[in-house]
Design a protein around this ligand. Sequence first.
Ligand code: M6R
Length: 624
Amino acid sequence: MCGIVGYVGSREVVPLLMDGLRRLEYRGYDSAGVVVIQDGGLETCKAEGKLDRLKEKLAGQPLYGRYGLGHTRWATHGPPSERNAHPMVDSKGRVALIHNGIIENFLPLKKRLIAEGWTFKSDTDTEVVANLVSSYLDDGGSRHSLRDAVTRACRELEGMYAFAAVSTTLIAAAGQDADQEIVAARQGPPLVLGLGAPGSREQFLASDPSALLVHTKDVIFLENGDIALLTPDGVEIRNRQGEDVQRPVQRLTWDPIQAEKGGYKHFMLKEIHEQTQAVQDTFAGRVDFERSEILFDTVKLSEDELRRVERIHLLACGTSWHSALIGKFLIEELARIPVEVDYGSEYRYRKPIVDSRVLAVGISQSGETADTLSAMEAARDGGAHLFAVCNVQGSQATRISDGVIYTHAGPEIGVASTKAFTTQLVALYLLALYLRQLRFGHVERHYLNDLAHLPQAVNDVILKQEPRMEELARRYFRAENFLYLGRGINYPIALEGALKLKEISYIHAEGYPAGEMKHGPIALIDRDMPVVSIATGHDTVFEKAKSNLQEVKARDGVVIALTDRDPEELGGVCDEIIEVPSVSPLLQPIVNVIPLQLLAYFTGVRRGADVDQPRNLAKSVTVE
Ligand code: M6R
């Protein structure tokens, strides 16, 4: 939620900020704005709506400068509008500030500042921070640096925030713009510093490393409570206690090209296609096919500690929660350890039973989802060991965990998760096999062979189903409701198919365990209701799925069956058949979800929706 970007150096800043915002736009697209320091004054340009509106405005009102900040907003306090767009400038025009998060005590602070004579033009909590910081620049008759003013302001802020500020007072004092500086603070949402090449005299700041990749791969993730000062000569970080601290510099391995559309119309389609490679990259190097062994080198717990684990809690939100539901099947079947699955947002409020025999695994593409992080922290506070299944190097989930299984999906830009999901499933399969290896001393070779065959099956299903799903979308894009049915390990795929359709096309869709249809949803079925039934798998499950198809047809519903069996076996009741290759039952969900991703994509495109940036959503949900 909300994208933050900043630059100090010698290059013209606005093109840099706009490029960064373009890469961060998936984090929020209600409004956008930039601030530069021009002739000793703060110059802002803001626009409601997507970044292109800001671009148009800047074309008619160019801004020039060598340092500044940019922001894309996902609205929390105050509706999307230019008035509420960031950067926010304080009422004395000395501080400009961009912010991601929620200041919980903004109302009492606002009242106090109003009483002191500060004025407000927006509905945002951010403007409160801008005025508060400004109030400390010359508090008590003496002048303070921007860093000191931010430090004092932070002591009063309650809530979760990442913000960055620039100020004009330094320039006024020095009479030139030699004192370029940005001050940034983090308490909750992510903030990453990008280090310019040695001698380049430039530094960068962003809420997500994907905005920095084209400039640098050397980054520092700020910790909670950190306040950073960026000048062309370097970065200085102080912790919550005001002590100078050195945070580790991490080298990103992502290729900047991965964050481009690469000829595809949308990131979502590109990312669906990248699944063949991403799936393979996620198990490559972690499986010794010769010795039939799983190798994990990013686990800090000893094998003995892991052997003592008696229960596993899988914690996640959204699509990652669907991965968790499948993870339960994988771990219980392969490692025979009982698994509980929770929404991040529910876990800590339900007083879960946690102790040192629990391994809690946070599953998150971004590693920054506030609900998942809170749940992970609650588990850790209860004594659990903590693992993360995560896609973003150095993100908060990875930093608080005793073990990390990275999903090597590369940057996922489309708001709808696709390759992050399938690679999470591969990572959870590996985790389940690893636990099996620890508990039972071995992993049977056929489990690994199944994995080795998976990329080919993924590739086949993408190539075969892309034109077919475009055709189905053309036929059914006008439907206002869809039902998805699945059983067992494929029930979460029904949920995921429905979530993808909702997010991308705004069609109401529900996923149900197929056996539950007769307990309620069957009342909804009529000739306008397409029902997508996942009919893959072994005989009993398949026979039950066939009965569901009959029940839908008997009520005139549109039957769309996804199957790995001979279509003849479906009894001639299907309006449409989606054929998928057969793989091992534990990996079949990875293959099954792909046509459903494509169906959602093409349906969204047909309905004219913005599939990469669906309304009201943001890629990383960093507020609770
Ligand atoms: O980054 P995370 O995996 O923690 O994100 C969790 C959800 O917000 C995310 O999966 C969301 O549901 C996606 N938009 C689904 O496509």
